[in-house]
Write a protein that binds this ligand. Sequence first.
Ligand code: ZN
Length: 396
Amino acid sequence: MRHLTADYIFPVSLPPIKNGVVSVNESGQIVAVSEYDLAEHASIEVEYHKGAICPGFVNAHCHLELSHLKGKIPEKTGLPGFLSQVVQLRESDENDILRQIEEQDHLMWSEGIMAVGDISNTNHSFRQKAQSPIHYYTFIEAFDFIPENTEREWNKAIELGRELEDLLPTASYSIVPHAPYSVSEKLFKLIGNTCYEKDGVVSLHNQETPSENEMYLEGKGELLELFKGMGIDYSKWKTTGFNSLPSVAVHLPKCVKILLVHNTCSTKEDIQWAHKYSNMVYWCFCPNANLYIESRLPDIPIFIKENCKCVIGTDSLSSNHQLSILEEMKTITQQFPAIPFTTQLEWATKNGAELLGFQKQLGSIEPGKTPGIVLIEEFDTETLVLTDKSTSRRLD
Ligand SMILES: [Zn+2]
């Protein structure tokens, strides 16, 4: 049994504890978390660490299989330019792809990430997921653009799911739609119904660029032009007169968890609409990827005002410099200094664990759980905020 103390413990399920002590057994299970008690703790060996202790992080949105694209795509091109680059560059030497996946899985683990909601369009990451200590929830992503392709793409996704199950029979996964503009109504309904039957989580890239809403509102814009240029038949495209989110979310069941990723251009009205539609919506922020691609951020304070369940993701290394939840939190702190560390930490741990169904083991330092113990160093213990120099590493 180890007894760990730091300047502050953030159990997440409880308020921060100054000089608290966490006791953890050989299998990583929390035995106790409490204030330092002279009578109880003076006679045992307590390891002191400078900084803050918190539970392991949950990365709610990642594409591990794109790790080989690190540094390959120029920044600030906007989403349409970014997408066309990913399509051109994602093919690569398979050994290199697998090597980068393994390396990034190890890096995520060592910085304190316990669980990842990870998008797969291929089987490249499956072997690593099967042997990793990280809990993965795999989102097998499908897109068909037009209904003529639905059956083929659906069968491809089912086959990928089987491959994952063969390698890892306990794998958590669901088949999910890529984005509003790349999935037909037919495929949306198929995915939604299947998630409903299997109690799966739906993930959807949402309102990442202004031209996504433009497609639905006015039937024009840079994104639509990109797809037409790729030879996709948009002759039957119908504008809805609404933003993209209300235009497509109606095809999804109300009683499945829906993870909306990015939300860069989501408005207060979009949020209010979504909350009326379903009370199982989670909003994921990937600020470093937003800055990389679009050079803009979602209006995060609005989401807090509207009582959103928020989570944090890294997106992929095609649009980020690292897969680090702490770096995402540092960016949120820099851009929105009024958002407290404790609020962000709840997004990065408890909410993510609940979203992915790992809340019994992960997400908070509570007796009986095995959430991972993370130390944040260079943490401002006076004001309880992250600094530019903050780093995180795993203690257990
Ligand atoms: Zn993504």
